[in-house]
Design a protein around this ligand. Structure first.
Ligand code: 1CP
Length: 359
């Protein structure tokens, strides 16, 4: 089926667009009252993820409110560790936790590589359901966590501030960690390719915790495994390219090496000026980002000003997907999101005039 709005896919491939496409990390989430209602109906967060009809419903909720240029699969990066048997749960008002975190080499050696159409079938069913319901309106983004980021949760047993347990493993039993990361890279490759086969039209890898590593450890323990995934991904489906976006939070120092993996786009957090990022890697990849999500807590005027500055920073032409530098937070007023999306729509047209003429 022909896509009615393919700005997002075109911008990731630096093809001309009429305005800058926009979506938001965590666009389906707790800032929306309708999301909270559907989650309550499901019972808890994981039951919501495991119910394809309800996962589809929450995926579509932000698109009903805002003219977003892409939908993102509603799921979580921790579905893979859950499918490996670690027993994921979310306590009320708490972050993710594992009943059986990985302790040693034996635990890691025993880990299975999940078959995405078996243990993770609920995710593929959600992708198929969402594609059917989107009916070609906008593209669907599939995603996964990076091996390093998944490993932090699996070894720490949940969220962490200091990453002491996994760093201890990294410095005392590096071969155990490498075995884990290798199994995760294989699992993520199968998982993302299954999402693409089920209908995801682009994929994004979230490396939320790559930025806690030294430059050398980042190459060895995070980027190397994302490279392995990029090498193994399906890059074309239904006669169209399937763009790949890599996002390392706090990875601004390493943009050149991330761009060298052969991905199509880099996700940027807000700690870098997008103009600098473009000067460094804009000839190679598209850029996605990078407004501080906390700006959405500011006044409408301040939001518009920030949108203008980021558009100006990227400048003329395609290759920019507007987004936040990280997920939207639950305390944001949904009205402020309208201000943000409208500003991107109306201010961005002038940056694409020359490409209109070229076309
Ligand atoms: O109570 C709730 O409803 C749970 C909140 C929530 C939501 C809405 C969690 C728990 N996950 C999600 C959905 C989710 N997670 C999406 C959905 C698609 C979207 O609309 O964008 C995506 C892409 C993710 C990815 C994810 N989960 C990441 C990577 C991106 C990022 O935000 O850094 C990470 C690190 C997670 C783990 C996770 N899951 C949930 C929470 C609260 C966390 C973070 C915990 C931590 O800070 O360590």
């Amino acid at each position: 089926m022909q896509l009615k709005n393919d700005r997002y896919l075109r911008a990731l491939l630096k093809q001309p667009v009429d305005r800058t496409p926009v979506w938001m990390m965590r666009q389906a989430g707790r800032y929306l009252p309708e999301y909270r209602a559907t989650r309550a109906q499901a019972g808890d967060f994981m039951s919501l993820c495991k119910n394809p009809e309800l996962a589809c419903e929450v995926t579509l909720q932000p698109l009903r409110r805002y003219a977003l240029d892409a939908a993102i699969l509603f799921s979580d990066i921790l579905t893979i560790p859950d499918a490996m048997g670690l027993g994921l749960y979310f306590g009320e008002g708490e972050g993710p936790k594992f009943q059986r975190p990985l302790r040693d080499f034996i635990d890691i050696a025993n880990l299975p590589i999940p078959d995405p159409e078996q243990e993770l079938r609920y995710v593929m069913d959600a992708v198929r359901t969402i594609r059917r319901e989107l009916a070609g309106s906008v593209p669907l983004i599939g995603f996964s966590g990076s091996p390093w980021t998944l490993a932090t949760y699996m070894v720490e047993g949940g969220s962490s501030k200091t990453f002491g347990t996994i760093k201890k493993m990294m410095f005392s039993e590096p071969e155990a960690l490498h075995l884990l990361l290798d199994k995760l890279a294989k699992s993520v490759t199968l998982y993302l390719n299954a999402q693409i086969a089920a209908g995801a039209q682009s994929v994004m890898i979230f490396d939320t915790w790559g930025g806690v590593l030294t430059p050398r450890d980042y190459q060895e323990f995070s980027l190397g495994y994302m490279q392995q995934i990029v090498n193994g991904l399906t890059r074309e489906a239904d006669g169209r390219k399937v763009p790949v976006t890599l996002f390392t939070k706090n990875g601004g120092l390493w943009l050149e090496s991330i761009a060298n993996t052969g991905c199509d786009a880099l996700g940027l957090d807000w700690t870098i000026n997008i103009s600098d990022a473009k000067a460094r890697v804009g000839h190679k990849v598209a850029l996605q980002g990078n407004m501080d999500p906390a700006i959405l807590l500011g006044s409408p005027e301040r939001i518009r000003q920030e949108v203008q500055m980021i558009l100006d920073g990227f400048g003329q032409g395609s290759g920019h997907v507007f987004n936040l530098g990280h997920g939207i937070t639950p305390d944001v007023d949904p009205e402020r999101v309208s201000v943000f999306i409208d500003a991107v729509h109306s201010f961005s047209r002038t940056y694409h005039m020359s490409s209109d003429i070229r076309e």
